[in-house]
Structures are given as C-alpha cells and as structure tokens.
Design a protein around this ligand. Structure first.
Ligand code: SF4
Length: 495
C-alpha cells in the first residue's frame, strides 16, 4: 500500500456503526487517511477520530446532501492516488484493503475493485452484477426476486435470463471482471475517478456507483471483483432512518440512470412499470389505511407525471460562472402571495453568468399561494440545529419543508460548483441578513433564512438582492473574484 489510500466515508445517522467501521481500517501496511463527510447535522461524529490510528478529517454538512455529492466533497480533500468508498456500516476484514490495492496495482486497466461482502450473519451479499436494464428494473419494482429461488441449481441453469438477474449470486473466480461493484466498499483509482468527473451529484442515493462504474467503463476503465478481499456490511443502516425518502430516491435514481445510459424504449418501458408499481402500492396503502404510505406514493406519482413543481436543471458550460439565485427574483411566481419579486439584472458583466434558480419553499414541498411563515425564536442557523421552528401565520409547523428546501439549495449549489448566491432579502428561507421576528407583525431582526444559512455553511458567499442591486452584478463579481483569488490554494475549485 506504498502509494497510499484515502478512505471516504459518508455518515448519515450511523454513529455506532461508524465507530466499529473506523476500528477495522488498517494502518500498518501504508499511508491511509480517513475523510468523513457527516450528512446528519444533529449527530456529531468528530470525537470518533480516536477510533483509528489513521489521520481523520470530518466535514460537517448543514443538511443531508446525499451520497454522491458527499463523496465528491470528500474526494476533493483526498491526498492519495487511491480512494476507498466505504459505508459507515461496513467493516473491513483483515487483508481486504491490501488485496483491493494489490489488484489495482497488478492490472493497470482496472479502475475500480470491490470485495466479497457478507451480511453480519455470514450470508453472501449481492454486491456485484450486470448493468441494470428492463428485467432487473422489473424485478426490483415488482419485487420479483423475492419469489424466485436463489439456490445454486437455478442460478447455474437459469439460462441468460435468470443468469442476468442473478449475476450477483453466481460464483466467480477469485478475481473476475464485473460490470459494477457496490459502493458500500469500492476502491477506485483516483485518476480514473477524476477523469470520469467523479460521482454524478444528481443521484441522491442508489445507482450512483453503478453509474460511476459505467462511466469508468466507457472511458476504458475496468471494474473487478476480488474474492479474496472480504468485508461485512449491515445494509440499510442509514437508509432505515428515512424509509419513504429512501424508496422515492431509489425510483428517481432508476429513472435518472436509464435517462443517462438506457435506450428510449428501455426508458419508456421502465416509466410505465414505475407508474404501475406505484399505483399497486398506493392501492395496498389505501387497503391498509397507511396514510404516510398514501402521501409518499402520491408524491411519487406527482413526480412521475412531471407535476412536482421542481425547477428544471440548468445547463452550465465549463467556463461559465454559475450563481445560485432565488427563483422569484428571476420572475417565477413562487412567493407566498403567488407572484414574483422580479428584478431586472441589467448590470451584467462580460463573465458568462449562468443563473441557477432555486425556490427552497416550493422545492421543500409547499404550494403557492400559501400563508406567510416566519421563524420562531431564532434564525435559519437555529432551525438547522433543531433549536427553532418555522410556523405559518395559521400556526402550522413547516420546519421540515424549510429544511428540505435548504437541502435542495445546497445540493444544487454543490452540483453546479456555485461560489456565490444572490437571495431575496427578508425571506425566512432566503434572506442573508434580516428576517421577520416571528410575530407576524412586520418587525424585522438580524438573522439569516434557513436556506441562506445552509448555503453559507458549505462555503458560499451569500448576498441579498438589495446588495446585488446596489453594488451591481459586475461589482459584486469583481469583489467575489478577488476573494476567490485570495483564498485560492486554501480551497481548490471543483471539477
Ligand atoms: S423561498 Fe426564496 S425563492 Fe422562494 S419565493 Fe421565497 S424568497 Fe423567493
């Protein structure tokens, strides 16, 4: 392990498991560092650094930005030529990392390698397989795998159809080329990771490692399964915390993956299968009077039908300057009154600005028009820390929607590599300086909105539309670029 390995761990409500995971990271055979991105703001893990002898860096996110973006955040801090993506509920068995690194050293074309993985009770875990298509999507959507026997006879004789579906279980040589290996424990050559553009941040959870292995393969990088490297993985330790969100993100990622890698007919077939599967689950929830389930399935159906209210993704050229902006400032009718706060942005500099609009309240699930809301007994930072709430004038607690909106804003900022945000003054979501005092009397006090606080916590410069109006976009960008230049070297730009 002479050239060194950076172990990248994304934590989400897995403190106990993370402590055990850290104890299994080997430090004797070569340089190793650990970078933990903590996606659970209410769970501190900084004190776990003593569980391993390797140097540990902890990056705390103000909201959950998902697995892929967090891996990219960690990778930017990594100093070694090999990256080990490791789930906090995974435990490396002796020799695991050494064998993975040995394979990458022995086979120059290998870009990624993953171990043989078991559940804690010793059963084999399906952590490798073929790139997904219609059959595997159908098997997942309608839970067909549960109905099929997984004994060796079926797996060996099931022909191409079953063979593809059960590729995860088929016995392999000690070292075998595969399409993908699970991101629960995946060692990647840093150079290949960077060349592929890192993880695609649009995947929040699921399919991101399959997408990565596919893009590595398209660039000529092979993925290998290493049978004599072994690990133990609990599965779903983090996702169990938010089951409905997890189920939604799986569907979203499936569609995103096929949009990127599938043919038009695969996309169409899977879309109709997703609709059918959601309707069947909705009917089951109605029969069981499961209100949470009904709400989750209706949300999924709304998203599938394209009526989610989410703002479409922007296109950003490599040499452009992406700036996060409150969507209402660009003329979107998303305010609580149902109108916009449109401002003419006439003072455009030569720099090719690309506006990345976000309306945290709409994207957090609120509708327009809606009753006005204010932060009670605190500001956006206090809301993110769980010390304050956001309530509508009707008294309804909408804190969860405001946090979900802040999460969308931060994910979008990280995905587009934004360094600057121009947000609407006085909004309980967007305001960077003054907010209403929570009495719904029109009185103001110093404090940030929830999304503004979250964007600041991940390093963005956040200014109000009023300041941007005074300084002009050109002046703002000039001072912003001067600050960027001053901090260059302390903080590297994203890919
Ligand atoms: S949340 Fe922000 S973007 Fe949305 S309406 Fe309010 S100020 Fe505008």
């Amino acid at each position: 392990m002479s050239s060194g390995c950076s172990v990248l761990i994304v934590n989400y409500w897995s403190r106990e498991a993370l402590a055990q995971c850290l104890r299994t990271i080997p430090t004797e055979e070569g340089p190793v560092e650990v970078i933990i991105v903590n996606n659970s703001p209410f769970e501190r893990v900084d004190d776990l650094a003593g569980e391993t002898r390797a140097p540990v860096t902890v990056m705390n996110n103000p909201v959950n930005v998902g697995f892929a973006l967090a891996v990219n955040q960690a990778a930017r801090r990594a100093s070694y030529p090999f990256l080990l993506l490791l789930n906090p509920d995974t435990r490396l068995r002796p020799g695991c990392l050494e064998q993975l690194l040995k394979l990458l050293a022995d086979i120059p074309a290998a870009a990624a390698a993953g171990p043989l993985t078991h559940y804690p009770d010793g059963r084999l875990q399906p952590t490798r397989g073929k790139f997904p298509g219609i059959l595997s999507s159908a098997a997942h959507l309608f839970q067909l795998k549960r109905l099929m026997p997984k004994d060796e006879w079926v797996i060996a004789r099931g022909g191409r159809l079953l063979g593809g579906l059960f590729a995860q279980y088929r016995p392999l040589e000690q070292r075998s080329r595969v399409d993908y290996v699970s991101g629960a424990c995946l060692c990647v050559r840093r150079q290949a990771f960077d060349r592929a553009g890192g993880m695609d941040g649009r995947f929040f959870l699921f399919y991101e490692e399959i997408d990565l292995c596919r893009r590595l393969a398209e660039a000529g990088g092979e993925t290998w399964f290493v049978g004599d490297a072994t690990a133990e993985h609990e599965v779903g330790h983090s996702s169990a915390v938010a089951r409905q969100r997890t189920a939604f993100e799986r569907q979203r990622s499936m569609r995103l993956y096929l949009r990127r890698h599938g043919t038009w007919w695969q996309r169409t077939a899977v879309f109709f299968m997703q609709l059918l599967a959601a309707e069947l689950r909705l009917a089951r929830c109605f029969c069981a009077d499961d209100r949470q389930g009904i709400a989750a399935e209706l949300r999924l159906l709304r998203w599938l039908s394209g009526r989610s209210g989410a703002i479409p993704e922007s296109t950003v050229q490599p040499d452009s300057l992406p700036v996060i902006i409150s969507a209402c400032l660009l003329g979107r009718n998303c305010t609580y009154r149902g109108d916009s706060n449109f401002r003419e942005w006439t003072n455009q500099p030569d720099a090719p600005i690309v506006w990345i609009p976000v309306c945290p309240e709409i994207e957090g699930g609120l509708s327009t028009p809606r009753p006005p809301a204010e932060i009670q007994q605190g500001d956006g930072e206090a809301v993110l820390d769980g010390r304050a709430q956001v309530r509508m004038i009707t008294g309804e607690d909408v804190t969860a929607a405001y946090i979900a909106g802040a999460e969308t804003a931060v994910c979008r900022a990280l995905r587009y590599n934004c360094r600057l945000a121009i947000l609407k003054a006085r909004s309980p979501s967007c305001s960077p300086g003054m907010i209403y005092d929570g009495t719904h009397s029109g009185a103001l006090r110093p404090g940030t909105g929830v999304a503004a606080a979250a964007l600041r916590a991940v390093g963005l410069r956040v200014v109000s539309d009023e300041q941007a109006g005074q300084d002009g976009i050109a002046g703002l960008l000039r001072s912003h670029q001067q600050r960027e230049a001053a901090t260059a070297g302390l903080r590297g730009r994203d890919r």
